[in-house]
Design a protein around this ligand. Sequence first.
Ligand code: NAD
Length: 496
Amino acid sequence: MTTVGHLINGEIHDLGERSQPVYNPSTGEVGAHVALASKETVEAAIASAAAAFPAWRNTPPAKRARVMFRFKELLEQNADKIVELIGREHGKISHDAMGELQRGIENVEYACYAPELLKGEHSKNVGPSIDSWSEHQPLGVVAGITPFNFPAMVPLWMYPMAIVCGNCFVLKPSERDPSSTLFIAQLLQDAGLPPGVLNVVNGDKEAVDTLLTDSRIEAVSFVGSTPIAEYIYQTAAAHGKRCQALGGAKNHAIVMPDADMDNAVEALTGAAFGSSGERCMAISVAVAVGDEAADLLVSKLKARMQSLKVGAFSDSSNDFGPLITAAHKEKVQGYIRSAEEEGAVVVVDGRDPAVSGFDQGFFVGGTLIDQVKPGMRCYEEEIFGPVLVVVRVDTMQEAMDLIDAHEYGNGTCLFTRDGEAARYFSDNIKVGMVGINVPLPVPVSYHSFGGWKRSLFGDLYAYGPDAVRFYTRRKTITQRWPSSGVREGAQFSFPS
Ligand code: NAD
């Protein structure tokens, strides 16, 4: 059985360290093992990045971008293989994995635009014979730590932009589905990236803590759950590093009585159950305004869910696949049980779906829970499974107050035909990414991605224009070339 190793200084290493199994969640079988890097291994990766930095920093941005152009082509040529690797270890169905990869490629396309993005600002004659300009300089060695649920896309949010900005990178992907991430990093080597500019270390807390405390790491980008995001942010900041740490979510969709109910039901079904709800932008709460709208919504969702197809990643006719691990399946089942115990009504129960031929897979079917109230565990906590809860309120303001009071603020959506209500909602809601009749308002690559409240720790969002700000440091230079023979005496007042 293969062990997924590390990419250090352009070569794959398996150093015989600790390892752990990687499952195929559709079958429940172990498909590979993943190496868990020791402190020394991570330090070797950091050293390789630090050694590559001086030459890479001075490589013209257009040449750096050219590597990204070739990388994009290789990603497209190898798309089927990447989709297969994602499916085998994550469990998502090929159409969903292809969508993830496409979104990742769009971030590489944006990185190709770096020479334009890195242009500074110039002012001539800020004083007699004095010119001044600001430029974006790379930070040095930066690190990324990524979650299991987008093993291709989330790393591609980070290192293409970090690298075209002139930095060198150490990536620590999720240990639960490492193969597609490592394969994609090798494609970037094949595209002509010099050894050491991108390193990948697989591992767990030991690897992460080494990255967070090593003085050679200048900045850390993290995506994962909120408790870990908070830990990463605090530890990185305590060690003097720039940090952006994106966390978990509980995304609400408000369904107004005037909404196109059939469209809302289709949109909610895809957004709640796609990828088994293992998306930080999944809609996990539907807030129905008025009992009449709530009854109609619940009955239509229930009917729509009869045709949901959960199954193995290898059958592209399935709507969604298994959860990532057996432990996560039990956790999701526990949330459904707790909802019942706390007085909610389980309308569609997906706890034990029959998936013929895949008895040992980690499947949970689509689940709909009505009469949910704030304070219940299934409402307060991120379930990260194919579970949609319905909360009933009387007014849109009540729905907005609920959303604003929740600890998370990643994404939200309003289904309505009323433009005035939509404008009021998008202007005032305390959430970072807002959809109007768009259930998954994931920003395209030339806008930046980030939530509010406890969904993001740090000041700058992921990818897009914020990535240039995060992965560079501004320097402002003021320069005088006096005409020959002109002498100025000492000036004791502040220069103006
Ligand atoms: P996770 O927090 O368990 O793991 C994320 C990363 O942190 C992994 O690389 C993991 O190895 C590392 N890690 C885990 N425990 C650690 C510890 N104690 N110390 C140091 N490092 C540790 O998250 P996950 O289960 O892989 O991913 C799902 C979570 O990620 C969900 O909460 C989801 O909402 C969130 N997510 C957020 C976004 C976003 O953009 N806001 C995007 C995708 C996923």
